[in-house]
Design a protein around this ligand. Structure first.
Ligand code: GAL
Length: 631
């Protein structure tokens, strides 16, 4: 498959006379895709029931007439002001119970059935009109952006009660599942159950986790409604543009509803805004060397192999605490890194910088006066390289890592030690694997087969699903569980007999302790564990201990278990040893250098701000190297 490029365009922002020239310049640049429409509701339906499709008809004519393929977004992330008059209770509420107001975007509650129906109606009308003219669809925009999944609104409370009844059947079952006898929290009927905010002290963790599951389900139902409305009229593939480190809903579940997963990659904004363990000084103008790759691999899993970058940073953004300019070459590097991880398409956000409103300081490929912004030349370089280069041939990676949204919610509800976070744990281990030169696939928690993986990591999983348990049991490769894997029930209580109940590995946790960053536990072989340590009784071989003698790494044949959260030095050493045992060749990559192997090639990326020598080549900062894959 030929990898393709595109951009995000807002015809409603510009005079119609400008569209033909824009379309021509996009086509001349070598773009295939142009995404439009996702914020245009107030122009498409200026008053309730009063539609104006004509401008969009003409915009699509102009764009497709220039040879571009249109990705059409449905505009439900920006309900027009009149929608709020129609549904005054549609706003999401924060944890203090305050409604979040009109005047930006995403001002809706996923649980609001009335707005969900209106959004699906709009999606259906668009699909009816444009179903055979557009090449792909995007329902809504960035579910969960601006912290909008978890809402404590009256509407959410009503829906939560219905959801609970559906899940537990009767109130006695709920009381038992949550252990509500503790502190006399028993309920008599579902209508007494509130949302788990504004309690005097912490709410029951089972209650809080149920609410997080509910909030995720609301997004899944929301997406399903629009997907069904589009499908009724169009065969074009459907995708959604997910975010970096947005974990409030189960992206695998929405992913199963659509053909393609996409995500919006803003490496520098992310580094300053949300990368756990990111080195902001070293990578200020490059972005974190592992954060993008992690999401590429995660969303490849969500799209079951098919994924895009729907928005790629082209220059400074406007929303991070500081917004430096990318190091020259990074716009190109980020794009090639996405292709190396299997992206079908990379689209730069946005075509032209808009001189007003919230994002006036956000770079585009063009400046507001239509002259070329610095990112333009790099986009042109990628276009030229794509024309000449051989295609990227995707391949299964030798290493897998299981990432699970429900575990993220569970440990947010019950960190036990400040900072215990499933995402951060997975990213730390992913970093260590990548610093060893290993390519990784991310797998969902209901994975039923680990065939072909020499090594699989299963860190921090609330529980092991039945299929995954079986897959581990029958895996030929090495499986490394822990820390904090399978110690709890799915309701966030302890299992009895006590866990972890790991297939093929005899270990019982007698106590879990957590400690602050300034008090890590040293390991006998060097490095240490941070934050978390489970004290295990075990019949398995102990490969690593703390300096106090507590087992940290256990082995029983090809099953390994980690009892603590290894720091960087320990993670690298431990994973190198396990990779060796799995028969995998590792490297000791210099800080900032990263590799991705495809079926035929080895891509090498230099995120560092200094030149790095690799395999008889010198990579300049932001350098990209394509080599044949070593056999
Ligand atoms: C994304 C969003 C775009 C734009 C962009 C700015 O999160 O989808 O609409 O706001 O960020 O970086």
């Amino acid at each position: 498959m030929k990898r393709t490029i595109g951009t995000c365009y807002y015809p409603e922002h510009w005079p119609e006379t400008q569209w033909p020239e824009d379309a021509r310049r996009m086509a001349d640049l070598g773009l295939t895709w142009v995404r439009i429409g996702e914020f245009a509701w107030s122009r498409l339906e200026p008053r309730p029931g009063d539609y104006d499709w004509c401008w969009l008809d003409r915009a699509i004519d102009v764009l497709t007439g220039a040879g571009l393929s249109v990705v059409l977004g449905t505009p439900s992330a920006t309900p027009p002001r009149w929608m709020l008059d129609r549904h005054p209770d549609m706003l999401a509420h924060d944890a203090e119970g305050r409604p979040r107001g009109f005047g930006s975007r995403r001002h809706y509650d996923f649980a609001h059935a009335g707005y969900r129906d209106d959004a699906a109606r709009m999606a259906g009308l668009m699909a009816e009109r444009y179903g055979d003219r557009v090449a792909a669809w995007q329902p809504d925009n960035e579910y969960g952006c601006h912290d909008t999944v978890v809402s404590y609104s009256p509407v959410a409370r009503e829906s939560f009660r219905v959801w609970l009844k559906d899940r537990y059947g009767d109130i006695a079952a709920l009381n038992t599942a949550w252990g509500n006898i503790f502190w006399s929290m028993d309920y008599d009927h579902f209508d007494q159950i509130d949302l788990p905010n504004l309690t005097v002290t912490e709410p029951n963790p089972s209650h809080a986790l149920a609410f997080r599951r509910f909030a995720s389900d609301m997004v899944v139902q929301w997406n399903a409604a629009q997907v069904a409305a589009i499908r009724a009229h169009s065969d074009a593939p459907i995708s959604h543009n997910y975010m970096g480190r947005v974990t409030e809903f189960d992206h695998y579940a929405t992913g199963r509803q659509m053909e393609i997963a996409a995500w919006d990659s803003y490496p520098m904004g992310f580094l300053l805004d949300r990368v756990p363990g990111g080195d902001q000084q070293a990578y200020l103008r490059q972005g974190d060397p592992d954060f993008q790759a992690f999401h590429h691999d995660l969303y490849r899993a969500c799209g079951r192999g098919r994924w895009w970058v729907m928005e790629q940073q082209p220059g400074p953004v406007n929303w991070a605490p500081w917004n430096p300019a990318p190091l020259p070459g990074m716009v190109r590097l980020w794009s090639w890194e996405a292709f190396a991880h299997g992206a079908e398409a990379v689209c730069w956000f946005r075509w032209r910088q808009f001189p007003q409103a919230q994002e006036q300081q956000h770079a585009g490929l063009l400046r507001p006066d239509s002259s070329e912004a610095p990112g333009f030349a790099e986009a042109a370089q990628v276009a030229a390289e794509l024309r000449d280069a051989p295609d990227v041939v995707p391949a299964q990676a030798p290493v897998a890592l299981v990432f699970d949204y429900a575990s993220q919610w569970a440990w947010e509800v019950q960190p036990q030690g400040q900072g215990f976070d499933h995402f951060a744990l997975c990213l730390d281990l992913y970093r260590a694997l990548r610093s060893l030169g290993l390519s990784v696939d991310i797998l969902p928690p209901d994975t039923a087969s680990l065939e072909g993986y020499a090594l699989t990591l299963v860190p921090g999983l609330l529980t092991l699903s039945a299929p995954l348990r079986k897959a581990i049991d029958t895996a030929e490769g090495i499986v490394l569980t822990g820390p904090r894997t399978d110690l709890k029930t799915s309701e966030l209580g302890f299992t009895t007999p006590m866990g972890p109940n790991l297939p093929g590995l005899d270990a019982t946790s007698v106590m879990e302790e957590t400690f602050p960053p300034e008090a890590p536990r040293g390991l006998e072989k060097g490095g240490g564990v941070d934050l978390w340590l489970e004290h295990l009784e075990t019949g398995a071989e102990v490969l690593e201990r703390t300096t106090e003698g507590s087992p940290v790494l256990l082995r029983s044949d090809r099953r390994y278990h980690l009892a603590g959260w290894p720091n960087r030095a320990a993670a690298k050493r431990i994973l190198r040893d396990i990779a060796d045992a799995a028969g995998l060749a590792t490297l000791d990559l210099p800080e900032g250098l990263r590799i991705r192997d495809t079926g035929t090639e080895r891509f090498v990326f230099n995120y560092a701000s200094r030149p790095i020598d690799f395999d008889c080549h010198t990579l300049e900062p932001a350098g990209v190297l394509r080599l044949s894959r070593p056999s």
